[in-house]
Ligand binder design. Structure first.
Ligand SMILES: Cc1ncc(COP(=O)(O)O)c(C=O)c1O
Length: 286
């Protein structure tokens, strides 16, 4: 039976309940984080913690998340995931439960802190080698998507639009630019040059994005962090998405049009293999 963490206690999921006054429920007034674990070891926890701290500060939620690393590891153990090839921990922190007012509660309340863990099923390599399809969706999100808030309705609707159109992933488009995915970042490749939208308030600065840019450095692939016009995207040799629960996912078709040859390309493959090696290193405690 799955066990979760809620406000200081580990308990069966069925026994975890929230107040209907929780501001996460009423307003989406909170942040979340997803961290991958390889054989029970968290990948880049300090970077995830820093993003949580940034989000709490932006939302002015008074909570010190530094103790949560131990909670992540305990939760993996409680769920028997310490040996799982790939698993993840979801963390959500909301402003807490208080009578509904738009402004913050006049008397501060404790934030709600909720975590659950699960196993991640990576697509089989044969499936990965076929590549994945994406659709473009107008980016109608708010102007601070660099904060990882739980307000994900545009992302939910975009992902459903992809599913409705028989595709796997989304590419948000704003002002003629390919911005990022609904739950991942987006890259294109020209020859050996890897291009992705720069970090700004327009994208979530993905930690996998960061890892992949490091791997480009190690593999000698030149990197350009700059906006990608949609017409240019269609001229690319390769494209891929990156994310904690996406890893490196080749995108071979957008809106029914092939990218490059319409097959998974060598740069994407090299980056995925290097990413898997990096994950192996994490699993070994490196
Ligand atoms: C909109 C968006 N962009 C990018 C990412 C990728 O971030 P990360 O690699 O840290 O998982 C996510 C992850 O949830 C996301 O929701």
């Amino acid at each position: 039976m799955a066990r979760v963490y809620l406000n200081g206690r580990f308990l069966p999921r069925e026994e975890a309940f929230l107040s209907v006054d929780d501001r996460g429920f009423l307003f989406g007034d909170g942040i979340y984080e997803v961290t991958a674990a390889y054989r029970g070891r968290l990948m880049r926890w300090p970077r995830h913690l820093a993003r949580v701290e940034k989000g709490l500060k932006a939302l002015r939620i008074d909570y010190d998340p530094s103790e949560l690393e131990a909670v992540h590891y305990q939760l993996l153990r409680e769920n028997g995931l310490e040996g799982a090839p790939v698993s993840y921990v979801y963390l959500q922190i909301t402003r807490g439960a208080a009578p509904r007012t738009h402004q913050f509660p006049s008397t501060p309340v404790p934030p709600t802190v909720y975590l659950f863990a699960g196993e991640y099923q990576r697509p089989p390599r044969e499936r990965w080698e076929q590549g994945f399809r994406a659709v473009t969706v107008p980016d109608q999100r708010w102007a601070r998507v660099d904060i990882k808030t739980v307000q994900l309705l545009p992302n939910v609707l975009a992902k459903q639009a992809a599913v409705d159109r028989g595709a796997d992933e989304v590419i948000f488009v704003k002002d003629g630019l390919a911005i990022e995915g609904a739950l991942n970042n987006f890259f294109v490749v020209f020859g050996r040059t890897v291009v992705t939208h720069p970090c700004s308030n327009q994208i979530l600065a993905g930690i996998t994005r960061e890892v992949v840019l490091e791997l480009c450095g190690r593999l000698g692939f030149p990197v350009e962090e700059r906006p990608i016009p949609v017409e240019e995207m269609f001229q690319a040799d390769e494209a891929f998405h990156t994310g904690t629960l996406t890893e490196v996912k080749p995108c071979v078709e957008v809106d029914g049009r092939p990218i490059g040859t319409g097959k998974v390309g060598p740069v994407t493959r090299a980056l995925f293999d290097a990413f898997l090696e990096e994950a192996e290193g994490v699993a070994r405690g490196g």
